[in-house]
Design a protein around this ligand. Structure first.
Ligand code: AMP
Ligand code: FES
Length: 256
């Protein structure tokens, strides 16, 4: 199986999943090698491994309880796509909502909206869409003519974080789940460390309690999941996912 993810050719992740021996768990053909877990897994055993880890992290950090409403922020990228699907597999009875913010980024935002709509239908969860242009009369692209033109991702991140809280409040969610993975967390930790921002490091928790009562908590069920495994999960389960990268994407050497 050949996977081509991401950046419209440039910087795309190309993976070739082929048989690498027998599955450590069931003896069928293995296609995923997880050296840190000393396991080679077939598709079914990998899915089981992935979903169980999500369930374990949610339970260990008490991310949400039975009967609570969970809003999943789905961008259409591999992490949040894998998150919504795996959360629903791990907690089929949980009251789950998906939401997507259409940031008005040329060709990219509409492309992703279609993918998220398809995924929500496939997984069977209601989807709320927030269209920045319709609600606020500006788009992320509008910042290209401002002094923030070289900091598009930071501007976008700040705007998104505010809308996350607003949307979770609109749907009455107790928790907002995002697709931040292990690689994101470690790279942010490194950047904060080199910047001497130790308070920032302390805030990189799996669960962030709200500043004010009544606001939703922020949770990261994929915080222990390596980034590449989100891609394996999305590809093996043929989930709808982004086929092009954000035109404002910045190269982040720290992640490498
Ligand atoms: P990023 O800040 O782009 O790395 O995204 C981090 C997480 O925020 C993703 O894994 C999603 O859970 C969420 N997210 C990012 N962009 C959007 C969006 N446009 N709509 C909904 N959720 C998003
Ligand atoms: Fe925000 Fe690319 S998605 S700048």
């Amino acid at each position: 199986m050949l996977i081509n993810y991401g950046k419209c050719g440039i910087g795309a992740i190309r993976l070739n999943l082929e048989v690498i021996g027998k599955c450590t768990r069931c003896g069928k053909d293995a296609i995923i090698d997880l050296p840190y877990a000393k396991q080679k897994l077939c598709k079914d055993c990998f899915n089981d491994f992935f979903v169980k880890r999500v369930r374990r992290v949610v339970e260990e950090y008490r991310m949400f309880k039975e009967g609570e409403r969970v809003a999943v922020a789905v961008s259409g990228g591999k992490d949040s796509v894998a998150l919504l699907h795996a959360l629903k597999m791990a907690f089929p009875k949980q009251d789950t909502y998906a939401f997507y913010i259409n940031l008005g980024i040329r060709y990219y935002s509409d492309h992703l909206e279609k993918k998220v709509e398809k995924l929500a239908e496939m997984v069977g969860v209601p989807l709320e869409i927030y269209n920045l242009k319709e609600k606020e009369e500006y788009t992320i692209d509008d910042f290209l003519i401002t002094k923030y033109k070289n900091k598009m991702c930071s501007v976008c991140g700040t705007i998104k974080r505010n809308i996350f809280t607003l949307m979770a409040k609109n749907v009455g969610a107790d928790a907002i789940a995002t697709g931040h993975n292990l690689d994101d967390t470690v790279s942010t930790m490194m950047s904060l460390f080199f910047a001497g921002d130790f308070e920032g490091i302390a805030r990189l928790k799996p669960v962030l309690k709200p500043l004010l009562p009544g606001q939703p908590r922020k949770i990261k069920p994929l915080i222990t999941t390596p980034e590449i495994e989100d891609l394996y999960y999305v590809a093996l389960n043929e989930l709808p996912v982004q086929e092009c990268g954000c035109p404002h994407g910045e190269f982040t050497p720290i992640k490498g």
